[in-house]
Structure formats: C-alpha cells, structure tokens
Design a protein around this ligand. Structure first.
Ligand code: ADP
Ligand code: MG
Length: 139
C-alpha cells in the first residue's frame, strides 16, 4: 500500500477542511474507515466530507442511539458509528457491503469491523494534545 498522506491540524475547522478535500477525490462505492479515540475528531472529519459532497454539514452529529445516518448531497453519504456495537456478528447484520451503492460510506470506530471492506480508504486521527491532531490517510 502507498505511503499514507499525513496532515497536522490545529483546529476542528482544519480537520473539517481535510475531510472536505478528501471527499472531492473519492469515487462512489468507497468506504472511509475512521480510526481514533473518543474526541479525536472523526465526526468533525465526516462533517467536512458531507460539506465536500454538497450536503448540509450541520446534519452530521453523533446522536446517542442512531447508528446509521444518510446525508443527501451530489454524492450520497452514509455515516455509520460502530461505537455502541459490541460484536462483529452485530456488524454483519448491518449489511455494510451493500450500503455504498452510488455513494460513499464513512465508518467511525472501524476497528470494530469483523473483516476488511473492499474499496476502502483508512483515516487515522491521533490527538497530539490541545487542539492538535495528526490525520493520516491511506488508500
Ligand atoms: P470523535 O467523533 O472522534 O469522537 P468529534 O469530532 O465528535 O470526535 O469531536 C472532536 C472534538 O475535539 C470536538 O469537540 C472538537 O471541537 C475538538 N477539536 C479540537 N481540536 C480539533 C482538531 N484539530 N480537529 C478536530 N477536532 C478538534
Ligand atoms: Mg464521533
């Protein structure tokens, strides 16, 4: 696999911008697998992706009980958060493979996937302290 691209951001807005830029380069059918601790900025990154696709970024949130959300833009974006899923079996029931269709699927807590997904880009966000984040993107 190619060397990851790396970005250091100093604010939520900068992380949003990296997500927005990535979105512009993604083909329909791509899975974006997001890794990073709670508060790393995964949802902020997905908010930027939504903006990149022309959807309303304000619709992107991490509500407590919603696992899957759809945002309508030029490219449909499916936003999945696996944080509350305990087992790989439960992930299987979601039918993620079928979810992309003509759009892009962004998955938070992708480490909970039971197996790799075809056609994916991996985004890792590390909290470097304060508002600094290291974002690496591997495709
Ligand atoms: P996650 O989805 O990974 O749990 P969120 O995107 O919901 O994280 O939250 C990230 C939090 O960190 C927000 O409160 C945001 O304002 C803050 N933050 C501070 N600096 C950054 C940064 N450089 N990038 C992203 N978020 C940041
Ligand atoms: Mg989140």
């Amino acid at each position: 696999m190619a060397n990851p691209e790396a970005f250091t951001t100093a604010s939520e807005q900068e992380t949003f911008a990296v997500g927005q830029t990535l979105a512009a380069s993604l083909a329909p059918g791509t899975f974006v697998l997001l890794h990073g601790d709670l508060g790393a900025g995964k949802t902020a990154f997905v908010r930027g992706m939504a903006a990149g696709f022309g959807a309303n970024p304000e619709d992107v949130s991490s509500p407590t009980f919603v696992l899957i959300q759809h945002y309508r833009g030029r490219v449909p974006l499916v936003h999945v958060d696996l944080y509350r899923l305990e087992t790989g079996a439960a992930v299987d029931d979601l039918g993620l493979e079928e979810m992309a269709g003509g759009g892009v699927v962004a998955i938070e807590w992708a480490e909970r996937l039971p197996r790799p997904l075809e056609g994916s880009v991996t985004v890792k966000i590390d909290d470097l302290g304060n508002d600094s984040r290291l974002i690496s993107i591997e495709r």
